[in-house]
Design a protein around this ligand. Sequence first.
Ligand code: TRP
Ligand code: SF4
Length: 328
Amino acid sequence: MARERILSGMRPTGRLHIGHLSVIENWVRLQEEHECYYFIADWHALTTAYDDPSELQENIRSMLVDWLSAGLNPERSTIFVQSHVKEHAELHLLFSMITPLSWLERVPTYKDQVQQLGQEGKDISTYGFLGYPLLQAADILIYRASAVPVGEDQLPHLEFCREVARRFNHLYKVPLFPEPKALLSRVALLPGIDGRKMSKSYRNDIPLGATPEEVREKVRLMITDPTRIHKSDPGHPEVCVVHTYHEIYNREEIEETRASCRAGAIGCVACKRRLADRVNEVLEPLRERRQRLLQRPELLQDILHAGAARAREVAGSTIAEVRAAMGV
Ligand code: TRP
Ligand code: SF4
């Protein structure tokens, strides 16, 4: 396979949890063979969190530590913070000249989110939030990336990005922007420990940086089959959160776990203990890397600094061509 240019980003909304691990593992695989750009979308975070930026810097740092501990390698990938590369903002501005308002208003998630967050008391009927997909298009197109690993929820944004690329190329009669494709990967959907969607704000998550004790405690609190009162009661693994986790973290023993649950041969306490051990095994190498990183705060700064410098080179040459095309 030719070395493709890959780009993706995440909003720094707080510590990552084990549900994010498969996403980052996919990024890690991609960096082995491709030219990858991974960035922390701090401007995008401000589109909804504009009224409380107090945690933004800490969230950026913690996201970087999470990424690196999960195996992103700054020698292979260009890792940076969006706001350190001002060219994204210039391209966003120039794109805003050619983007019909109606395209932004009909992005499927837009009206829903304004309404939903409005009900929660948050006003995001702002210019910045409307322009969210356009800034995202600038993020992608400024590197002329050919593929963008994202979740399904981002497909409308990718489609929008391709429309912007087409419109630019058409208006200025230059094939400047390739149309990026989405790279959908099968990501394991992990529920939170209470069975709802895993989220930091529900406090039902297992943070990537959890200590072994925290993992054991979170697993201990997981919802199991409510009809099982005694250890000998036959269980129903299909309704049990612990079982869902065994399917991902303990595949080798899944048949046996299921069978002993159904037969009432294993108690939930023991079943959870096995799971916690497996999760801890997976997180152990991340913990070691995290410890080493936290001892060297200047290293984190250096990584972001070097990443932004590399990103700026590519972004700068694109923006020069854009300016020329648009006569500025
Ligand atoms: N909107 C993305 C999300 O919420 C984050 C993002 C911003 C992004 N810019 C991007 C993802 C560019 C991929 C490419 O997940
Ligand atoms: Fe869930 Fe395991 Fe208890 Fe069965 S034994 S209900 S799979 S925790």
